[in-house]
Design a protein around this ligand. Structure first.
Ligand code: 6PG
Length: 255
């Protein structure tokens, strides 16, 4: 598949958050113009926090636009939604509740479910129920937000874990031995069918992994984030995170 990878580098993490919030609202407004519902998967970790605060500050106008969307999550940690480590809690508190997004549009994984496989199956059924399908019958998101870890993981697709090889288009419960935990995550078949993917990475801690991803091409082992190969992948980076990317690569991919 022809892939369109674009890098956009901003001076600060705040500007990255603003651009990501604009992108989400643009998707929502485009769908609204066609009187369509939209389907978005939110990422986890700490990076999205500034974006969520940005959305929340935009108030009821943003809330109206975003209320057309259904919000899923790329992954959830092995904690309850009330837990401060929860990706769901971060979004609920960050903008979903402040903007009064309808609860029926929030499809929150329960990372602490005793039967994690059963929870993955329930979430997968929600994808089947709500999302439009590609011609190969795979649930298709309009927009997926992702982050990237220092080991090149994304969502909860960690290096060396079974979910990397999952061919099932949905959620799976993934054993992550390096964190001694189990996590719910979307699999590549769904992630790679999304109409748009936006990867957010900010701060100097991301510079080494991004330098590897965009610097060396002869590496035989691909990082999990490099197996995200959907049609349109947009990287939203701040100057610090992008500081190790070769200038020629930045010129090639920035537009
Ligand atoms: C998680 C995320 C994970 C995250 C990256 C980046 O649960 O941690 O789903 O994939 O996006 O680890 O995390 P930061 O934004 O905290 O750097």
């Amino acid at each position: 598949m022809l892939q369109d990878v674009t890098l956009r580098v901003y001076e600060t993490a705040r500007e990255v958050a603003d651009a990501a919030a604009d992108l989400l609202l643009e998707v929502a407004d485009n769908l609204s113009g066609m009187d369509l519902e939209g389907f978005v998967a939110l990422s986890g970790g700490s990076t999205p926090k500034v974006m969520y605060e940005n959305l929340s500050k935009r108030g009821p106008v943003a809330g109206k636009s975003l209320s057309r969307l259904h919000f899923f999550f790329g992954d959830e940690r092995n904690v309850g939604n009330y837990d401060e480590r929860s990706n769901v809690r971060l979004a609920l508190e960050g903008f979903l509740h402040p903007l009064k997004i309808p609860l029926a549009h929030i499809h929150a994984p329960d990372g602490a479910a005793a039967d994690l496989e059963g929870e993955a199956a329930r979430l997968s059924r929600m994808l089947e129920l709500h999302l439009p399908r590609t011609r190969t019958r795979i649930p298709q998101f309009d927009l997926v937000f992702l982050g990237v870890g220092n080991d090149g993981h994304t969502a909860s697709l960690f290096p060396g874990t079974k979910a990397l090889d999952a061919t099932f288009p949905g959620y799976v419960a993934n054993e992550v031995p390096q964190l001694d935990t189990r996590r719910l995550t979307l699999t590549y078949p769904v992630l790679n069918k999304a109409a748009h993917v936006a990867v957010l990475a900010t701060g100097e801690s991301k510079a080494p992994i991004l330098a590897q991803i965009f610097g060396s091409t002869e590496r035989e082992t691909k990082y999990p984030i490099e197996q995200i190969d959907g049609p349109k992948v947009l990287w939203l980076l701040d100057r610090e995170a992008a500081s190790g990317i070769p200038p020629e690569k930045l010129r090639e991919l920035s537009r």
